[in-house]
Design a binder for this molecule. Structure first.
Ligand SMILES: Cc1cc2nc3c(=O)[nH]c(=O)nc-3n(C[C@H](O)[C@H](O)[C@H](O)COP(=O)(O)OP(=O)(O)OC[C@H]3O[C@@H](n4cnc5c(N)ncnc54)[C@H](O)[C@@H]3O)c2cc1C
Length: 413
């Protein structure tokens, strides 16, 4: 009997297992994959709130030692207006973009070092339920090893960290609270380059498109273009030409640097749907993409996964310390608190990303606010903080704050 079984061993699952194991709980983490293992569908930017957590958990040095730089400067070129700044109220004062084969492994190694048991090559197939409980309480999982052998593991709580398609969410019947098909989201095409200098994390935003670039390991730079998901699909063989056309038209300085650089590996292009699912029920909880998948346009998913891990493990800790019916009551209370607390953080960011994924020209009132930002560095930093997850969308877009920006506008001499 484990205290917790976590299905999915990447950023959400490994972080949850790490934090539970560090608090002395008996944790099993299973994944169908074998590690180290990369994730191709990710531009892997971890924002400030995420880097702060990695630092608090003692993992930042390992990531820096892997050759991944801290990203301290941010530029948003909106055509006619360029904002430069840094999110406020951060511990480390930086984002970073570690490749997933590195980030997930650093988290997983730390989880195992803290005492979590890792079983790779285990495919989750369903949950075990208490026969005599009225609510069909989940009390473990069943799965299959690669040689076809069935396995099952009992646990006081089961955590689904098994990604956007989450078989565990299906098995427990987690309700969809919000769902957006991929055509309502963004379409993202990107590749890695060497010999491409970037001074800052660059965003170039124009109506119906966005271009971006940031540094990752060993001097490589990730460059990409985002279009609305409803835009006509481009065959993979034509993605490079499409990206170069877009950069040439909307981010010529970046286009020039890309032309002088060496592409490392193929282009990746994808659009994905997004959703929020019910976070928890009797004996189970969902973390990371399994619970909330955010459109990639704001690069929020990994940071949110790390925040989920901290929130859930903190709530579960007390209940897992106690045995018997008082322990079960405390676990039920923890699981009941997880949903509202997760949603207070994640759902506004989910909606912010979904709105941004439309890549539409903002209404005139918002254009006025952006134009008024020029020269108001503290407010520019707060806007970057919405992405860095150190300022909430509600704080920045509060009508009183927007009014303050408009009244604080610097009139040209
Ligand atoms: C194009 C694109 C770009 C993105 N860019 C960024 C970015 O720049 N920054 C950012 O923060 N986020 C980004 N994201 C989102 C980010 O990748 C996700 O939020 C993140 O991967 C979620 O992590 P996770 O641990 O919840 O799930 P995942 O990384 O999906 O891991 C799920 C794990 O569950 C395992 N699993 C699944 N089913 C089973 C099963 N039946 N049995 C056993 N194991 C199972 C899988 O093998 C996998 O290891 C991007 C997403 C996309 C699509």
């Amino acid at each position: 009997m484990f205290d917790a079984v976590v299905v999915g061993a990447r950023c959400a699952g490994a972080a949850t297992a790490l934090l539970l194991a560090r608090q002395g709980h008996r944790v099993l983490i299973v994944d169908q994959a074998h590690f180290p293992s990369d994730v191709r569908l990710s531009t892997h930017l971890v924002w400030h709130a995420g880097v702060d957590l990695l630092d608090r958990w003692g993992l930042l040095q390992a990531l820096q030692d892997s050759g991944c730089p801290l990203l301290t400067d941010f530029t948003l070129d909106m055509g006619g207006l360029v904002l430069q700044g840094q999110p406020p109220a951060t511990r480390v004062g930086a984002a970073m973009a570690p490749r997933r084969v590195v980030l997930d492994q650093v988290l997983l190694d730390a989880a195992v070092a803290a005492g979590a048991e890792l079983r790779e090559g285990v495919t989750f197939e369903g949950v075990l339920r208490e026969r005599d409980s009225a609510d069909g309480r989940v009390c473990g999982i069943r799965g299959r090893l690669q040689d076809g052998q069935p396995v099952q593991f009992e646990a006081r709580v089961v955590v689904g960290a098994d990604g956007t398609h989450s078989p565990l969410a299906r098995a427990v019947g987690a309700r969809a609270l919000v769902h957006h098909p991929k055509d309502d989201g963004s379409y993202n095409a990107y590749a890695y380059f060497s010999g491409l200098p970037v001074d800052a994390v660059e965003f170039h935003s124009r109506p119906e498109r966005m271009a971006y670039a940031w540094s990752t390991h060993h001097g490589q730079t990730l460059v990409g273009v985002i279009l609305p998901g409803r835009a006509p699909r481009v065959p993979l063989a034509e993605v490079e030409a499409m990206v170069m056309r877009e950069l040439h038209a909307h981010a010529p300085s970046l286009a020039e640097r890309v032309r002088g650089a060496q592409r490392e590996g193929d282009w990746t292009a994808a659009s994905v749907g997004s959703h929020c699912r019910e976070a928890a029920g009797a004996g189970w909880a969902l973390v990371g993409d399994a619970g909330v998948t955010v459109d990639p346009v704001t690069a929020a998913g990994i940071t949110l996964a790390l925040r989920d891990a901290e929130l859930l493990s903190g709530l579960l800790h007390e209940g897992l310390l106690q045995d018997g019916s008082s322990g079960q009551r405390a676990l039920d209370a923890a699981l009941a608190h997880f949903g509202p607390q997760r949603d207070a953080v994640s759902r506004p960011l989910h909606q912010f990303a979904q709105d941004m994924a439309q890549l539409q020209v903002p209404p005139q009132e918002m254009v006025d606010v952006f134009m008024a930002l020029a020269g108001q560095q503290a407010q520019i930093d707060r806007y970057f903080g919405v992405f860095g997850q150190t300022v909430t969308p509600a704080e920045f877009f509060d009508p009183a704050n927007l009014q303050a920006i408009l009244y604080g506008a610097v009139t040209p001499a």
